[in-house]
Design a protein around this ligand. Structure first.
Ligand SMILES: [Zn+2]
Length: 88
């Protein structure tokens, strides 16, 4: 998971072409799994490296942290929590 400045840059790992996709990221902490799906990202068509827009990775991490704190508040240990972003 890396940051990238421009969507037109090739993959810094292999030079492959980046495609705009909606991805799913799974996080696990203390037995709680959090799924974020529908996140807009750039994914290398060749090696699968994931790139976010500047600041995007931080926001994804912040969203995951928020879901973890929600899960802890609701005592959802050993369960999973899924957040999905839908486009209107
Ligand atoms: Zn690549």
């Amino acid at each position: 998971m890396r940051k990238i400045d421009a969507s037109k840059e090739p993959c810094s790992e292999c030079g492959g072409r980046l495609e705009r996709k909606h991805i799913t990221q799974e996080f696990e902490r203390e037995g709680v799994k959090v799924n974020l799906s529908g996140i807009a990202a750039l994914v290398c068509a060749d090696c699968g490296e994931i790139y976010f827009q500047p600041g995007g990775a931080d926001k994804v991490a912040a969203a995951a942290n928020s879901l973890f704190s929600l899960a802890v508040t609701e005592k959802q240990h050993k369960c999973s929590l899924t957040a999905q972003i839908c486009q209107a």
